[in-house]
Design a protein around this ligand. Structure first.
Ligand code: F6P
Length: 358
């Protein structure tokens, strides 16, 4: 008997279900022995507090196209994982107990950065763990791509497309704030795909004067409107120079809902132009996975299934140079994949006239 546990952790995204379905189908079609599947509810909490249910073929039916996660998810920050809970429970010990109580042969975890750190810790503690690279942010080290990312690019791009018509009618400056946490993959790709004029990402701190110059340059050439894509983690050159402590202090007294509103305010002060801010927010993580993510997550799931059957554990299934590969969890944990400001995609974007405010 083979026993496999599933959990999904951190912010949800499209294609989590597609990936788990891929694992399930691969294992069921190729295992030489009976298999039991367990689903832990709401991320690591399910493993800590032994909240799970058995999964049957029925659970995996019709979920290729279903967004979110059939298991539920939650954020259990890695920095708190070694701390006892409010009742003094040792979380790591509890997770190991659940795993051994169910006699699991493997735990499959779909998650992003923090969740992968916890998976690595469990692997170091002796559990058989395989992770599936999930996040709309695409910031996981050790893989060129995460699932959820392309679907989020589609949604963010559609938002920028839609803003174009109203921005041009009114001759307004529009800011579209795009998710991505502390990295710029999503705003960069959606910004280029949506034909943004200015893209501000965390990896390239902006100078508000340069942003204003880019708007004025467009005005000079008769453009009635400007679309600025601002990463939720965008940062000005001055703020980038602050120490962590100083930056935290600034945020403590921050009067804006997010950086986009601060930028909008500064542009209005400098130019007198009407600026509107649009925040698609969590819609970027919502809805069905796009066809790319369905294929990608299915391939990731199938590879994870293959690894389970071969007894290869302690890896994240990854995508490198257009191949599905495996990357040791120890190499992935704790590292962030950021956009290189010198990358060719940035150079190409600049060559077609996109400003990065630098
Ligand atoms: O990591 C995915 C992500 O959507 C980020 O882009 C964003 O910063 C964050 O999660 C939002 O988190 P929450 O859903 O907890 O508000």
């Amino acid at each position: 008997m083979l026993r496999i546990g599933f959990l999904t952790s951190g912010g949800d995204c499209q294609a989590l279900n597609a990936a788990m379905r891929g694992v399930f189908k691969c294992v069921v079609n190729n295992a030489k022995e009976p298999v039991e599947f367990y689903g832990f509810e709401d991320g690591y909490k399910g493993l800590i507090y032994s909240k799970f249910h058995m999964l049957t073929g029925q659970d995996f039916k019709g979920i290729l196209t279903r967004g979110g996660t059939i298991l539920g998810t939650s954020r259990v920050p890695f920095k708190t994982i070694r701390e006892p809970d409010e009742n003094g429970l040792d979380k790591v010990k509890a997770m190991k107990q659940t795993y051994y109580k169910l006699q699991l042969d493997c735990l499959v975890m779909g998650g992003g950065n923090g969740s992968t750190k916890t998976a690595n810790l469990l692997s170091e503690e002796g559990l058989n763990v395989i992770t599936l690279p999930k996040t709309i942010d695409n910031d996981l080290w050790g893989t060129d791509m995460t699932f959820g990312f392309q679907s989020a690019v589609d949604i963010a791009t559609k938002c920028i497309d839609d803003i174009h018509t109203t921005a041009s009618s009114h001759g307004r400056v529009f800011i579209v704030e795009i998710m991505g946490h502390k990295v710029g993959w999503l705003p960069l790709n959606a910004g280029i795909a949506g034909g943004a004029d200015i893209i501000l990402i965390p990896e390239i701190p902006y100078d508000i004067k340069k942003v204003v110059e880019a708007i004025e340059e467009r005005d000079k050439h008769g453009s009635r409107f400007t679309i600025i894509v601002v990463a939720e983690g965008a940062i000005s050159k001055e703020d980038a120079k602050l120490s962590k402590k100083e930056y935290k202090k600034k945020l403590a007294n921050y009067k804006y809902p997010s950086v986009s509103y601060e930028i909008a305010d500064a542009i209005t002060k400098e130019t007198g132009r009407e600026v509107r801010v649009t925040v698609p927010g969590h819609t970027q993580r919502g809805g069905a996975p796009d066809p790319y993510d369905r294929v990608f997550a299915t391939r990731i799931g199938a590879e994870a299934g293959k690894m389970i059957l071969k007894g290869e554990f302690g890896y994240m299934v990854a995508y490198k140079n257009r191949e599905i590969v495996k990357t040791p969890l120890s190499e992935v944990a704790g590292k962030l994949k950021t956009v290189d400001p010198k990358a060719s995609i940035i150079k190409e974007a600049k060559m077609i006239g996109i400003s990065f405010g630098d």
